[in-house]
Design a protein around this ligand. Structure first.
Ligand code: FS2
Ligand code: SF4
Length: 538
């Protein structure tokens, strides 16, 4: 195995014995084989387009799902990858049959082994290091593209689940993976292609925003209890709002309270979700604290999408996976078929008594912020708001991530902190007060809602008649997995400069690629909260 797609990669260079995330070598190899097989399907789809032949829309949907299943902390079950590889090859063959041209030798002609052991051996021969490329900087950009495409695939899958699709997104997924097996582009062309991935990701996040707000309404500011209510309980984690909605409907009137964990917190702000009286509160913090927090939860736990950690034995019997999520030994239920989760919750003790642990606010997505845009702009003009910080991105286990807590604590009282994604759990319950009625800490949503933050930045720039880079706005980003890579590429595509990125820089960027980003975008690694605040506020 060799994997270096996430921030916690071993020794900052790559996991080659087993994943720091718990990914076993066989799963890593099988995931590489999924990507290799998808590259072949991508080549066939590109050839079909060139010949004017239609590629079924559901092939795009499948492509996104299969690629999403290789994202960090999604699926750790080797058995789930065999059918994905077989279906990828079957779809490729169906396309190949109608093509006039023959497909090149390689991913497009690959024949999968018949059993899991054989597939695992094949995967070991088709990893990231086997992509044809002799120039290390171009190889770095090819890997960056693959990881960015994984993020796009995740957002495309979420949007498609709620009926929002754009064939152009799927076409880019095909073309992108197919291009990793070409050797005729120079460095400049590769930089352009990686930035194009950011552009396509913006479109994909727009689709997802339309999907979520179309189905469940625009989020509204909402106070969410952090304590517990006496009674039976189900905890929902991940990002999939449709799963949450189905669970809320299936538990109506049963006396079971539904709690969010991790990235599900912002779900409390959606009118069509918050209207359910048993959608009670939020439990726990970010994904890396599952072992402690899930072990203490007295009800059933449902994992939708990333991030799942190896379940401890004490709660393996209570945790359910759905959709693309998988862990060997954990019960998998089909999307929307939550009967076994409900039965488990009924059989478990639930919370014995009410507990009060205060509340947090969420629901400050673009509509909520834009509705008070006039007040915000007046406060900036009057000098009451000096600066905005977007402190956003993923959380993780490294101690260096305390930077984000300290940064928010030390941000001066005349500054506003916008946040999104699971990195917020480093500071989400801080009481930062308000500026003229505008809360100083505004939770805009999941990582999936980065589109909302971009729209707010663009609208502010319009109101102040300047560019986004000229606003009193600084982006302090934390990354962990490949959705964050896709968002970073979107910000680069938009020409955003001076971003601070941590806790460490991606291992897959060579010094030359990094130098390019520094020279053209002034991207910086985080230093200390004091130094960075001083440099920004000058
Ligand atoms: Fe956090 Fe994990 Fe949201 Fe990422 S819950 S790091 O994959 O998707 O953010
Ligand atoms: Fe290592 Fe991250 Fe890959 Fe897991 S996803 S194997 S931690 S680089």
């Amino acid at each position: 195995m060799f994997c270096y797609q996430c921030e916690q990669t071993a020794k900052g260079t790559g996991c080659d014995k087993m994943g720091v995330c718990g990914k076993q070598p066989d799963v890593s190899d099988l995931q590489d084989l999924v990507v290799y097989a998808l590259t072949g399907l991508g080549q066939a789809a590109v050839a079909a387009k060139a010949e004017g032949k239609a590629v079924p829309l559901d092939t795009g949907r499948f492509f996104a799902k299969a690629l999403f299943s290789t994202l960090t902390n999604v699926n750790f079950d080797p058995a789930d990858f065999k059918p994905l590889i077989e279906e990828t090859v079957a779809r490729r063959e169906a396309l190949a049959k109608v093509l006039a041209a023959s497909l090149p030798e390689g991913p497009a002609t690959f024949r999968p082994a018949l059993d899991l052991a054989g597939l695992t051996r094949q995967g070991a021969e088709h990893g990231l290091k086997n992509i044809p490329e002799t120039n290390p900087d171009i190889l770095s950009l090819k890997h960056t593209l693959i990881f960015g495409l994984k993020g796009v695939a995740a957002y495309a899958d979420h949007a498609a689940i709620l009926g929002q699709e754009d064939p152009a997104v799927y076409e880019f997924l095909y073309q992108g993976l197919a291009d990793t097996f070409t050797t005729d582009k120079d460095l400049g062309a590769w930089v352009a292609l990686v930035l194009k991935c950011g552009e396509v990701n913006l479109r994909t996040m727009e689709l997802l925003d339309a999907a979520n707000t179309g189905a469940y309404g625009h989020p509204v500011p909402t106070e969410v209890p952090l304590g517990a209510k006496a009674g039976k309980a189900i905890l929902v984690s991940g990002h999939d709002l449709k799963d949450l909605k189905a669970l809320l409907e299936q538990t109506a009137g049963l006396g079971i309270n539904i709690y969010t964990h991790g990235e599900m917190l912002p779900a409390h702000g959606y009118p069509e979700l918050k209207k359910h009286p048993h959608f009670y509160g939020h439990y726990g913090t970010a994904w890396q604290n599952q072992h402690k927090e899930f072990a203490a939860f007295p009800g059933a736990i449902l994992m939708t999408t990333n991030c799942i950690q190896r379940p401890a034995d004490s709660y393996l019997g209570n945790i359910f996976t759905t959709g693309l999520v998988g862990w060997p030994g954990a019960t998998h239920v089909k999307n929307g078929e939550f009967g076994p989760v409900i039965e488990k919750a009924k059989a478990m003790p639930g919370f014995a008594a009410d507990t009060d642990q205060g509340t947090v606010m969420t629901g400050f997505a673009r509509n909520a912020i834009m509705s008070v845009a006039g007040t915000v702009i007046d406060a900036v003009k009057a000098g009451k708001i000096k600066h905005f910080f977007l402190v956003a991105g993923c959380d993780g286990a490294k101690p260096g991530r305390n930077y984000y807590t300290e940064f928010v604590e030390k941000a001066p009282a005349d500054t506003i902190v916008l946040t999104l994604a699971c990195g917020k759990f480093r500071f989400f319950d801080k009481k930062l007060g308000d500026i003229g009625g505008i809360p100083r800490l505004l939770d805009m949503g999941q990582c999936n809602d980065a589109y909302s933050a971009i729209q707010v930045a663009v609208a502010l720039a319009k109101a102040f008649e300047c560019g986004v880079n000229d606003l009193p706005l600084s982006m302090i980003l934390s990354w962990y997995e490949q959705k964050a890579v896709a968002i970073l590429l979107t910000l680069l595509h938009l020409g955003i400069k001076n971003m601070r990125l941590g806790p460490t820089l991606p291992a897959f960027l060579t010094p030359n690629v990094l130098n390019y980003l520094v020279a053209n975008y002034d991207i910086k690694p985080i230093s200390t909260p004091e130094e960075d605040l001083k440099a920004i506020l000058g």
